[in-house]
Every structure is written in C-alpha cells, then in structure tokens.
Write a new protein. Sequence first.
Length: 100
Amino acid sequence: MSYFEKIDMAREILELPKEANLREIEKAYRKKVLEFHPDRKRGQKHKECRKEMVQVNKAYQIIRDYIREYRFSFKKEEVEKHNPTRDMTRFGKDWLREGR
C-alpha cells in the first residue's frame, strides 16, 4: 500500500472530505470517538466498538503524523492566499455598504 493510499484510507475512516483543516479533522475524530467508544456500549456492541475504536485511533494517528511532517509556507503570497478575510479586503473596507 502506498503512502497516499494509507492516508486516503485513514481519511475515509474518519469520513473527511478531500480537503480539511485541523479543526475539521479534530471534529471528525471526536465524532467517531463518541460513536464508537466501547465505554458507551454493552455486550456484543462493546466488542465491535473496541475494534472500530482501534481503527479510528489508528486512522487519526496516520493523519496526525502526515500533518506533523507537512511543511507550511509562511511566504507572503501563500499566507495571503489562505487568508479567510481575503475576499472582503480585496474589495475595500466597506464593500458591503457601497452602492447604498
């Protein structure tokens, strides 16, 4: 299995889209933990959930390891490209009120 396939499988286990930020990854992981944590189930479900939790934890670790090794760019062009307020500032300080 290639490195990409391993990461893609982990992404699918956590039900992540093809692109996600750290907040979304953590939210998806917490959702899976709440769904499959064995302390929340009894009997046969307990055993099944334990197996699922092992997969969820392994998938999360694979994604976290990938993120830990990812090189972030702090170049001005890259920072501005990922600025969440970029579109608003692109059109001026008062772009919503113009034209009224």
